[in-house]
Ligand binder design. Structure first.
Ligand code: HEC
Length: 171
């Protein structure tokens, strides 16, 4: 190896750690897909393209998840999932399950990868039981609303256009 080539290769080698540091590498998310079975069909419900979290979704939690996740008895939300306004969104969006951190509560754009939706829609769920626990399943129209909200990117507000740009059609 000539001194010139050696100098050049030394330079190239020195650049490697810098390139590794500067190059944005997309870390594969450490998630596993939730298992589910015996799910309700939401096909009959017309699709909603604009779902406003505070107007459409929060009232479902407030009405149907009370005592356990909303104003929880003794202040301890079941599975550390607080669904009280105004912070419930932060306990859902890309948040790992407190029971199995490889499962994600809400995976934006992916209802069937979201533990939340599968636990509202299916009798057989990956972890624990169908929600709301010990109560009737929530109405199909509300299940579809949760589905469509996640599919639209699970925006925190209605005018979250960054997320809505990635919208795909259901089915
Ligand atoms: C009667 C109490 C009760 C009600 C009502 C209830 N839950 Fe739960 N929830 C629990 C318990 C207990 C767990 C932990 C065991 C399990 O996953 O089944 C849980 C777990 C969950 C989880 C998994 C959280 C995690 O991090 O693993 C989600 C999501 C969830 N509930 C959503 C809801 C939603 C949405 C509602 C209302 C539609 C609701 N639950 C109503 C008691 C309840």
């Amino acid at each position: 190896m000539s001194p010139r080539t050696r100098r050049l290769s030394a330079l190239a080698l020195a650049a490697v750690p810098f390139a590794a540091w500067a190059w944005p590498v997309a870390e594969p998310a450490l998630i596993r897909l939730p298992f589910f079975d015996e799910c309700d069909s939401i096909d009959a419900i017309p699709m909603r393209q604009h779902v406003n979290y505070n107007v459409d979704i929060q009232p479902i939690w407030s009405a149907r998840c009370a005592n356990c996740h909303v104003e929880p008895e003794g202040g301890n939300a079941a599975a550390d999932l607080f669904l009280d306004p105004p912070n419930s969104w932060f306990f859902l969006y890309n948040e790992p399950s407190s029971q199995d951190p490889e499962l994600i509560r809400v995976v934006p754009n992916r209802p069937w990868q979201s533990l939340l939706f599968t636990k509202l829609n299916c009798d057989v769920v990956d972890i624990g039981v169908r929600m709301p626990r010990d109560r009737q399943p929530i109405p199909i129209a509300e299940q579809a609303l949760v589905h469509d909200w996640i599919l639209a990117g699970a925006p925190e507000t209605d005018d979250d256009t960054i997320f809505r740009a990635r919208f795909e059609l259901r089915g």
